[in-house]
Structure formats: C-alpha cells, structure tokens
Design a protein around this ligand. Sequence first.
Ligand code: ADP
Length: 370
Amino acid sequence: MRILVLNAGSSSLKYELFDNLESVASGVVEHIGEPGGVKDHEAALEMAEKRLVEGGFLESFARLDGIGHRVVHGGERFVAPTRIDETVVEAIRELIPLAPLHNPANLQGIESMAKKAPGVPQVAVFDTAFHQTMPKEAWLYAIPTEFYERDGLRRYGFHGTSHHYVAKEAAKRLGKPLDACNLVTMHLGNGASLCAVWEGQSVDTSMGFTPLAGLVMGTRSGDIDPEIPIWMMKRGIDADKVLNKQSGLKGLCGDNDLRRIEERAAGGDAKSKTALKVYVHRIRHYLGAYIAQLGRVDAVVFTAGVGEHSVLVRQMVCEGLEPLGLFLDTEKNLRGEAVISAENSPVGIFVIPTDEEKEIAVQTEAVIGR
Ligand code: ADP
C-alpha cells in the first residue's frame, strides 16, 4: 500500500511517501503564498508530485492508495482518524474559529489533493483527537460555562498523534497491551506538551484551548498569570505576538534553540542558565502533577527534538525524583539508550523517537482498510 502523508502549514507543505509503512521519500515545499515563492498549495503539491515522479517513487498522485492529512483541530467532533468526505470537509471548516492559522491550510491541502487525485481515499488525522478521552474536570475551565457551551472554549490539547505513537511504543517496550499502561509522555520540541496516559488513554495534557498553554516552549510562554495579557492589551501591546513569538526560551535568553542555549549555559551565560532552569522547572511541575493524578506509573517517556537528544534536560528533569520511583541511570542517559532508568527503577524512563508521519500513515491504512 502506498500512502502519502501531508502536513500543510500556512506557508509550507511537508510530505512523506510510505510503501507498506516504510518511508521511501520525503520533502518539504516552503514559501507558499510568499512574494517570489510558490503560488499556492496546489502549486506546492505539483512540485511535490514532480519530485516523487522524477525520483522514480511514483507514477502520479492518482496512483496512490491513500492520503493521510495532519489536521490540527478536530474539536469535540473528531475522536479518531476519519475518512474525508464533503461532510468532514465542512466540519473542519466549521472548526476554523478554533484554529484560525492551521485548519485553513490543512483544508487547502485536502481540497487541492481532491482535485489532483480524485478517487484516492483521503483520511484526516487530528492533533486533538487522542485527548478527547480526558475527563471533564481536566478540560473544563473555571470560567462562566456559556463560554464553553456557546463558544467551545475548553482544553483540547495538541500533539495527540505524537503522544499516542510514543505511548504505543512504550507499551511494546513494557511488554503489555497499551490499555494496561499508565504513562507520562513528554513531547519536548519547539512546541512542547506533557500528557498523562491512564490505561492507554489521554486523561490530561498541558496544552489547552490553544497550543500556547503549559510548558515553556521555543517562543511561546506557556502558562502565565492570565491577567498578564490583559495588562499588556490595556497598554496597547500586541499580547498575541509577545506571548506566541517572543516569549518562551527566546524571551528568556534571546535564543529558542535549546542546543545553543546549553552551549551558552556551559560557557557561563547567566540568562541561558536561568532559561534552562525555568524550562525544566515547568516540565517537573507537570510531571509531578501527572504522577499524582495517575497514582501508578509504568513509565515516563521523553520524545521530540529535546526529549530525544538532550542528555542535560533529561538529567535535570529526573533529578531527585527517586521518591516518586524514577531512578535515572546517568551512564545510560549519557549514551542516549532507549531505556535510561536503572535496572531496579520502579518507573521506567524511556527515550522514544516520535514519528508523527509514520503514525498518520498507520492510521490512514487502518481507516482505508476498514
Ligand atoms: P519541532 O517542534 O519544530 O518539530 P523538534 O522536535 O525538532 O521541533 O525539536 C527542536 C528542538 O530540539 C530545538 O530546540 C533543538 O535545539 C532541540 N535539539 C535538537 N537536538 C538537540 C541536542 N542534541 N541537544 C539539545 N537540544 C536539541
């Protein structure tokens, strides 16, 4: 089965071709809709198709067995990957107010592909879907309920495809079915979130109504006193821009690349040292909360750019958590092994590379095969 996975952003299009779930080719088209760049998503898809055809990977998009789309927001309606038809397209469109930057781009990808490869089944895999199992007390905000009932203001959570994928991989490592596993999964990339997994299902996550909530990220503030944006707006400051683009690690030390921050901190730069501490402090805040919420934890999982590669962050996150059952083996951590907990650690500490595209391909095949 040949499945093309598409991740359409507002100005970029990432694609990866899978043949029987093995990745055979991937690429990205950037500068879509920018002056001097690619005209639109349709033109971007044409470029992607041309590259795949010229590379000898494919005869044309029309010959694919399926197309899997990453769709950011599925609201409360989509709790699982879904075969795309007219009704689904309309529903994704109706969810635009909840994801004004992302859902329109995802839709463009879907609609352009429908034109280019009519008849090839398309599947939407939602970033929010995995978290739809959260209990109400975890997703309802303590604001007047009409804001939820009328406007849909609630915690949705994101990165669901990644949390789900690493949870499944962790279950394999534990030698148990996923629905017997309690986990805390930590997706630490440019965007970052933690997820509490109870018997294989998401029961809490640190992102909220938008991906701005929770952890300190590359350029996003994560949790702050909700009065702060109000304070900014009263002074005419663009709070949206400050909190989404100029905050997080970047706001704290001028850089959003954790590798460089580690280097600077090692060289004695005070702001970089502080940024690292604030970053880790917030992760530990959620980790502790989720361990308390779960009661029994089989394993915690580090994933995404920072989680997979930063020996220092993993070490700082696990420091002193032996009373909670987390015993880190510093040597294994240094070597970047798949299991970095000590032999007798009651809670496993795993490093699992995430692969959202692969998971989308898996889900797409499953939906098509139904
Ligand atoms: P995205 O959310 O854009 O997919 P990634 O998951 O690739 O991001 O994570 C990017 C982050 O991972 C960057 O901050 C980068 O510095 C960090 N990172 C990558 N490799 C390392 C490393 N070896 N040590 C520390 N941080 C790393």
